[in-house]
Design a protein around this ligand. Structure first.
Ligand code: NDP
Length: 330
């Protein structure tokens, strides 16, 4: 990614975000001077989806295979419904088969497991995603571990966790994979860099740390019990914030020139009424110090679905003993 001395800028979409590779030197009263390159996850995700579409077209043309993704939603959680809809739409857009199973919130565990078993054995389905969280009467670990590891496009199955942990070929969780792709794209190599991951969840923090380690970063995982988090973060060349606390990381924790990847998605109330989305880092103050930063929205978020599609095409290629798509895996 390159920097250009252009300020101020507006994006082709008319959004408030400057496009990747451009930094702002503007400073007005009460605001910070933005020096960081903005890593444009929305644009990068479109590139990833484009690569997936090319590979899907090749699978169809050369082998008569259409990758298929099945998404299972139990209950009617509004946020989950939105995610599932947009996953389905994007799956079709890249030329894959999309199947949605919407189950009643009271669905017995045995019925859900029977559906997963059916999908595990369906040769037209290469990826299975069970939308989380599940209703409380369902055992999430049991359900996830009933998905065939080869079709586990979320990368949460214990076999995939173990394979990733031992540096072997696995299905990699989508959000950390998206973060890794952006880091590799921005830096080329991240080998030897000091990376701090704030958050140790199974879906983001831990697999993220593992991926960074596999790419030869020196990795620290911080969490709610970490002492002197500010000092820990200040040592980092790469900061991954996956906490779920709005704007928790201020700019004065960030080392000058560090790359900040903000995984957080938090909805907060605006002083003038209404709500807006913010990340786990204070964007303005961090962008005044960092070398590069992902915005919220438009950073990690779009990469997550793009990586789900990437994982599905990878799973399909592996299942058929074919060459994996380049640049779409860890
Ligand atoms: P979890 O709640 O599972 O984990 C949060 C982690 O943050 C925990 O490890 C917790 O520590 C740690 N933490 C909490 N408070 C502090 C603190 N004060 N200082 C340091 N660490 C702290 O969250 P997720 O990993 O599921 O998600 C994190 C964020 O990422 C959320 O905002 C979520 O919405 C977002 N997200 C975004 C995605 C995307 O596509 N962009 C996808 C998935 C998540 P401890 O373990 O000690 O409790």
């Amino acid at each position: 990614m390159h920097r250009a001395l252009i300020a101020p800028v507006s994006t082709p979409m008319g959004s408030l975000l400057p496009p990747a590779g451009i930094f702002l030197a503007k400073k007005s009263k009460g605001t910070y001077a933005m020096v960081a390159t903005v890593i444009d996850g929305k644009a990068f995700a479109a590139t990833v989806r484009g690569k997936v579409a090319v590979h899907v077209a090749r699978l169809k043309a050369d082998h008569g295979i259409t990758p298929g993704l099945a998404v299972v939603l139990v209950g009617e959680d509004p946020a989950s419904q939105v995610y599932v809809r947009s996953k389905g739409k994007m799956t079709l857009e890249v030329g894959m088969k999309s199947v949605e199973h919407k189950l009643d919130i009271e669905t017995p565990e045995a019925d859900l497991l029977a559906l997963i078993d059916q999908l595990n054995n369906d040769p037209e389905i290469h990826g299975i995603l069970v939308q989380l969280p599940l209703p409380k009467h369902l055992n999430e670990d049991l359900v996830i571990n009933s998905i065939s590891p080869a079709k586990d496009v979320d990368g949460f199955h214990i076999s995939n966790v173990g394979l990733l942990g031992t540096g072997q070929k696995s299905m990699v969780p989508c959000t950390p994979l998206g973060c890794l792709m952006m880091l590799r794209d921005h830096h080329g190599s991240i080998s030897g860099m000091n990376a701090v991951v704030i958050g140790r969840s199974n879906i983001v923090g831990k697999p993220m740390a593992q991926l960074l380690l596999n790419d030869s970063c020196t990795v620290t995982i911080a969490h709610s019990r970490t002492k002197d988090l500010q000092e820990v973060v200040r040592r980092a060349d790469i900061v991954i914030a996956a906490v779920g606390r709005p704007e928790m990381v201020p700019g004065d924790w960030i080392k000058e020139g560090a790359t900040v990847i903000d995984v957080g998605i938090n909805r907060i109330e605006k002083s003038e009424g209404g709500t807006r989305l913010v990340g786990d880092v204070d964007y303005e103050s961090c962008a005044a110090v960092a070398g590069a930063i992902t915005p919220v929205p438009g950073g990690v978020g779009p990469m997550t679905i793009a990586c789900l599609l990437a994982n599905t095409v990878t799973a399909c290629s592996r299942a058929n003993g074919l060459v994996e798509p380049e640049g779409l895996t860890a």
